[in-house]
Design a protein around this ligand. Structure first.
Ligand code: BG6
Length: 483
């Protein structure tokens, strides 16, 4: 099956932090893939900027090397790489000072779409936005792209939104949460709103509870400096898991349009109950040998930063009152597994009373790896000897159903093209980010005010004991973390 490609109009894309890790690893390789797919206009220009002095040629060489590192040889040809780097330019620029801005201005075309991608630390977001505005580079056809951390708490998120909005209108601001660019996350919306089957069951009346898990096998290696100030709550729950929760729980938007979708997501966040500390569990991985422990990677040996979080949360609205949503994420767990599990209520009356353990139907949306959907059903075990029941998965792995030749696009491919197209549906609005912080802050504050510490857990396991207890006490259990 060949993916459909909708061409985009020509554009000038400026990447601040153009020599950095994100640019080399994600942004430029994603654009390259879009070029290979025939989506990047030949006259589109990509301008990398950074503080270092570098010729255009040297920048092109740097990015050529990045493509060689991050794009598999079978997915690139020398010709394509030549053509792509031919569209790249470089400007040495001091984000805070005067150097380079005039040069940048001269390279931008009047009247064309401009996208300014701020692949820099968050302390520069406001500064660069103001510079762009002050120097007249922010035209009506301009967009500005920022990515997490979008603040550290509600106050800093509000400050950031205020800084951005003095220079750009909300419709020009693209806040990335790369989970929204994942094919399977978008598929969640297709599943819910393009199929009549699920919607009548999608409420507290039929759903016992929901489990959202993003488990990782990697630790914080190399990112200790950032991570120790952040922790799983800020790094994953406030953004990625919150977005998954919203897409799972929101009302059907009237249209698949930016504000229609974002209004519905915001309503979910605003309907979240405050979470009592007893409904939260935090953990930190700790190996019996030092190597492999969280503390190996951070300076503060007394760190109370959590590398694992489990939360029971309730949505106070007509659809969901009484159905808990359990969220769980952590590093150094047994397997890389992200999924949303909708666990349905059991049958109201069983005509098979001899069956001991019954679990209701479940719809499992596997986000990664092995993207697909499983419906857990109960059937009769074949053979004579009475009515024995058995749970079986009705399984659809997308790669099997759609054909292996469909390459799953990287989240950034979709998101960058949406920026160029001017489609904000898969980006977060400022009020959404603030509402998510408000909810998150209350949990963080309760932790900070308690003398408690994250519970140690073994690398390669499924998190701390208390996380299991969080569900056990409700007579439920987590799904296994397994590859
Ligand atoms: C990032 C977090 O936003 O998402 C990382 O900062 C995390 O800590 C990553 O590892 C997970 O993303 P993915 O796409 O690998 O699931």
């Amino acid at each position: 099956m060949v993916a459909r490609v909708i061409p985009v109009e020509t554009f000038d894309l400026v990447i601040f932090g153009g020599t950095g890790d994100l640019a080399r690893r994600k942004i430029l390789p994603s654009l390259f893939r879009r070029m290979r797919a025939g989506q990047m206009p030949k006259d589109a220009r990509v301008i990398g900027t950074a503080r270092g002095k570098m010729t255009k040629k040297a920048y092109q060489t740097l990015i050529r090397e990045a493509l060689e590192e991050f794009i598999k040889p079978e997915n690139r040809t020398d010709e394509d790489v030549d053509a792509f780097v031919g569209q790249l330019d470089y400007v040495m620029l001091d984000a805070k000072g005067d150097d380079g801005w005039e040069d940048l201005g001269k390279k931008l075309r009047e009247g064309e779409t401009r996208a300014f991608y701020l692949s820099v630390g968050p302390s520069l977001f406001g500064v660069i936005a103001q510079q762009l505005s002050k120097r007249g580079l922010a035209t009506p056809k301009s967009r500005i792209v920022v990515e997490k951390p979008l603040g550290h708490d509600l106050g800093s998120a509000q400050e950031l939104n205020a800084q951005l909005s003095t220079c750009f209108t909300e419709s020009q601001i693209y806040r990335i949460d790369h989970y929204l660019g994942k094919e399977t996350v978008q598929n969640l919306m297709a599943l819910r709103f393009a199929n009549a089957l699920f919607e009548p069951l999608w409420s507290a009346q039929h759903v016992d509870h929901v489990q959202i898990t993003v488990a990782e096998t990697i630790g914080v290696e190399g990112r200790g400096g950032y991570y120790d100030k952040s922790g799983a709550m800020r790094d994953m729950i406030q953004n990625h898991l919150m977005q998954l929760l919203c897409l799972t729980a929101m009302e059907p938007p009237a249209r698949f349009e930016p504000n229609a979708v974002r209004d519905e997501k915001l309503k979910v966040i605003r309907a979240l109950d405050p979470v009592p500390p007893s409904d939260t569990v935090r953990g930190q991985y700790r190996a019996s040998i030092d190597d492999g422990s969280y503390l190996e990677h951070v300076d503060n040996q007394d760190s109370r930063t959590e590398s694992f979080v489990a939360i029971k949360t309730q949505i106070s609205n007509w659809r969901w009152a009484g159905t808990p949503f359990y969220l769980r994420t952590g590093k150094k767990l047994r397997a890389r597994m992200s999924e949303i599990a909708i666990i349905f209520k059991d049958v109201p009356h069983s005509i098979f009373p001899e069956v001991e353990e019954k679990r209701g139907n479940a719809l499992i949306i596997r986000l990664q790896p092995d993207e697909g959907i499983t419906l857990r059903m109960t059937i009769k075990e074949p053979g004579p000897g009475g009515m024995r029941l058995k749970e079986v998965p009705l399984d659809m792995t997308f790669a099997d159903a759609l054909g292996p030749q469909v390459e799953v696009a990287d989240a950034y491919e979709r998101l960058i093209m949406d920026v160029i197209r001017g489609n904000q549906t898969l980006f977060m609005r400022g009020d959404e980010v603030e509402a998510a912080w408000e909810w998150t802050d209350a949990i963080l504050a309760a932790w900070a005010n308690s003398s408690g510490r994250p519970q140690p857990y073994d690398p390669g396991g499924s998190g701390p004991e208390d996380a299991l207890a969080l569900l056990h006490r409700d007579g439920r259990r987590w799904r296994e973390i397994e590859a």
